[in-house]
Design a protein around this ligand. Sequence first.
Ligand code: ADP
Length: 308
Amino acid sequence: MSLSKVKHIVLVLSGKGGVGKSSVTTQLALSLSLAGHSVGVLDIDLTGPSIPRMFGIENAKVTQAPGGWLPITVHEADPTAGTGSLRVMSLGFLLPRRGDAVVWRGPKKTAMVRQFLSDVFWDELDYLLIDTPPGTSDEHISLAETLLQKARPDQLAGAVVVTTPQAVATADVRKELNFCIKTGIRILGVVENMCGFVCPNCSECTMIFSSGGGEIMAGDFGVQFLGSVPIDPQFLVLIETGKRPRYPEGTLVNGQDISTPAGAPHIEEESIKDAASLMQKYRACSLAPIFSKMTADVVSAVQRANLA
Ligand code: ADP
């Protein structure tokens, strides 16, 4: 069974699309890998699988092996650097055309989710992050049922729920939290994304929306608030072009100075296909320290859950 070598399964959920669920999944994966864990990402967002684009592997071809489909390797573990391997499997790899899955009917989607959970050949993994479709739809219920049936109770660590300051004001994220409670999926924590803006020019992080709603809501549900993540255009540039993030002198994000060091290579000196991996370049991103802390909190939450 393809999940048998996976230690912890973490679902990444959101009440609605566009709140940054895939970006959060990607950054949790990079941070876990930087912290030395072996990580897999399974993208079953049938409404538009965006994980291949996030990792710059859109043209990758998956191969079939006796145990199932082989995931795509983003990078291998590097024991000297203390980093873990990162592998990805997305429904996007299997679609002849982008957007194909969106028009599938419920039963076909359900069958695909089941197949995805059982037919991807994951090697030893510390964490498998599952990027799910937004909402509390049929796919979710099917996924929850399949996971509850197929995964060992100690494997299914729980869910990270992603929201935005605006979405907190709507019923979507509460619905998602209630969905977890109803289906018996533990909530590892809530992330509030897009709560501010890291200006690429003026070394300021501006809080464009009143933040704090996610924290209050997490408190209402008695679940952990994992943190607020600002919009950083440099993260988008990294994803779209592979360029290493750079910030003007004195840039502070969440009280931390993330200015680009004086000796760092200039963008022009770096080829787009820079030998450094996405993970290495991500280290320079203003969002990396935020996710490093969040990752540590998720790891502790998983450990606590396993002891409980
Ligand atoms: P979802 O998976 O919820 O549909 P995505 O993660 O695809 O949302 O995010 C939508 C878009 O917003 C993507 O282009 C993504 O790169 C961008 N984005 C999300 N969060 C951030 C952020 N904190 N900083 C910069 N860009 C972001």
